[in-house]
Ligand binder design. Structure first.
Ligand code: SF4
Ligand code: SF4
Length: 170
């Protein structure tokens, strides 16, 4: 089970996003935010009720136990860094997302596309989830094209460990 079903195109050694000029990073972050808003609107539109939507129980954020993987894209990582800051970057040292604190997502507002699209219940068919993933990926790739940013698609653990490599405390 994966939260995004697009084939992986990963080159974890090339996540060179920390050297982007601030204004470029901010613009990319803004464009990513509009994609997240679009995803949230789609989820709201197609979900039957709040009770049947995501209850934010955190179970699927324990990837190993839940048999899950979360894939992220380069523009999302730019958005992520822009909003949470370098000092809040966490390496992933287990099968659990490091941003899961006491069973809750500590970065809920800024969570990734895959976190937004995946619903463990059948209220959103896997076909729709696949469509939302594919459309999101198409839009993330367009951002890369516009800003001449290398497109990468890699699992969260690889991405976080690459970004935190060499940083104090990691
Ligand atoms: S998708 Fe399901 S398992 Fe994951 S946090 Fe939401 S309710 Fe929990
Ligand atoms: S970012 Fe939040 S929602 Fe996504 S896997 Fe991590 S803790 Fe879960």
């Amino acid at each position: 089970m994966t939260r995004n079903s697009i084939p992986m195109e990963s080159d974890p050694d090339s996540l060179d996003i920390q050297s982007l000029p601030v204004e470029v990073a901010n613009q990319i972050a803004h464009e990513v935010e509009t994609i997240y808003q679009w995803i949230d609107e789609q989820i709201r539109f197609y979900s039957i009720s709040d009770e049947e939507g995501c209850l934010a129980c955190g179970k699927c954020c324990d990837f190993e136990t839940y048999d899950h993987r979360l894939f992220v894209t380069t523009p999302e990582l730019v958005y992520f860094l822009t909003h949470i800051g370098l000092d809040n970057l966490r390496a992933m040292t287990s099968g659990i997302c490091p941003y899961l604190d006491n069973g809750k997502c500590s970065i809920h507002v800024h969570r990734f596309a895959g976190c937004r699209i995946y619903l463990c219940k059948n209220t959103l068919s896997s076909q729709l989830q696949g469509q939302f993933s594919e459309e999101s990926i198409r839009r993330f790739k367009a951002i890369c094209h516009i800003h001449d940013l290398p497109y990468r698609y890699c699992d969260l653990k690889t991405a976080l460990n690459q970004l935190t490599k060499g940083r104090p405390g990691n």
